[in-house]
Design a protein around this ligand. Sequence first.
Ligand SMILES: Nc1nc2c(ncn2[C@@H]2O[C@H](COP(=O)(O)OP(=O)(O)OP(=O)(O)O)[C@@H](O)[C@H]2O)c(=O)[nH]1
Length: 576
Amino acid sequence: MRLTRMFAVSMAILALLVGAMLGRILWGEWNSYRAARAGLHALQLVQRGMVAAEKLSFERGPVNAVMGDAVPADPTKRARLAAARAASDQALAALAAALADPRTNEDGRPRTVTAIAARLAAARAAVDAVADLPPGQRTPQRLTAAVEGMFALIPMVLDDVTGYAAAAEQAYPNLAKILMKARFAVELREYAGRLGSRLTVALASGQPLAETEHTQILFLRGQIEQLRHLIVMSTSAIDRNPRVLAALRTMDEGYFTSGLALVTGVERDSRAHQPYGMDTAQFAQRYVPFMTPILAVRDVLLEAALDQARQDYETAQHELLLACLTGAAILLAMTLLMIMLRARVMVPLARATRALVKLGNGDFSIRVHETRRQDEIGDLLRALGQLRAAGLEKQQLELERQRLIEELRLRADTDYLTGILNRRAFTAAGNQRLRRAREHKLALAVILFDVDRFKAVNDSHGHDAGDQVLIRIAALAREELRDGEILARYGGEEFVIMPGNCDLQGASAVAERMRRAIEAAPLTLSNGHVLHVTASFGVAASEGPHLALDSLFHAADLALYRAKHQGRNRVECEPA
Ligand SMILES: Nc1nc2c(ncn2[C@@H]2O[C@H](COP(=O)(O)OP(=O)(O)OP(=O)(O)O)[C@@H](O)[C@H]2O)c(=O)[nH]1
């Protein structure tokens, strides 16, 4: 896999892993946040449920007052009952509104407000029916049935409260004990109310309490004491909260001292068959205010729980926000890191690799930019530049070497004086021609020519003049050469020509052409003298399997000798 691809794949995998990890963290934080939010709402439901229970419980006081009065009842008592009923309705409506909020009912908690409202309407109808009867017809059974109807509502509401409390505790387990105590306070208020209600019939009729009622009162007192103990018992830090301690003190002083003393007084009068000295309404008027501190305890506890829940909710909110911001920061940092790594490492590395491959193939056309980077990539690019410079230098040296070799080769093949081929080069070229001629069964010819009376030139004009003559003859002969003809200095003042494949006649014609050219070109020496130089030519040609350079040269030499001998400046032929 190519490095760039591997980088892309690695980065994608890393991004995926980090994304998954962040997603998981965010999902966890989101769920904590949602649970805290739902828990907070559940706690608000607990509060509203408890308030509803309290109002329904409170409604029983005015109910008892109206049922214990004449027909029609005292308007004040009726007004108090109407106000209590309105307060209950308002509390139930508030609970129903909170339940209708989808955020508070995510897990499908029971919606029994409608059922409670129906039962409440029935209980109120029963109360009104009894209140409309003449006092004589209000039998203890009827009165008890009407009161029981009102009693039955409280467990229904408290059952729901238990459900909301369980949901709240799920989100805030540390609030379980506080909620439990608040619930005990509600129950305590309820039992306190029931205790008062147990006296209603006796107070209304002016009759002593029956023994069963005494027993029930004793039982209720036991439950009330038990609940007090559970509330007062120190179970968590909240119990040391000064507000809670103050509320408990007020409850003890109010209900458990004065409130219960009032009940004890009625019981005592009942046993002594003494008049009670108050009717139901008067008792309720004195007794009910003593129960208020119980609800104050509930409210203080609930307020503490709500404070704690709000704090937890805000913490969860902050945690979620922090997780989102951290996640975004991590993703941003990763993206920037990837971009930087790609731009600063991968791209230069890929370019450097391509450049190196080109350098390795001898291509120095690459461009290496100057860099000031002080890291490994910078070192790599600088090394690449040096490599390219060294490669270029080596290439130039190689070219120079080739040029020198070629020059040496040329020098080795060239006659130093005339610049035409020397004898060695001619022999090599001649042998090549010979092989081809043998191969293709062609004729091969050699023309030897020698400057006439050259010694006299040397003697008369000096050796330099002789050299000038040789240079001039070589130049003339070269000018006269045609395609396929080879010219060389054979030695001293002797030259040799090998025409293209031709027979003796063709070679003789070439020789004659050269001879005329030399004869026709007078030579002006550097000292001003004009010389007329001639040359004698010996031509030899042959073909067939016995063709050999030696025999050709030998024959040409003989012909040349004959040309010299027969007067010079002439061409003589000799078959080889
Ligand atoms: N200047 C000069 N002279 C050379 C060179 N090579 C040979 N010679 C001279 O060429 C002369 C050749 O003379 P000979 O062999 O007697 O021939 P010739 O004088 O040309 O007479 P024929 O060939 O019979 O016409 C000698 O004097 C050599 O010294 C050379 O490179 N330069």
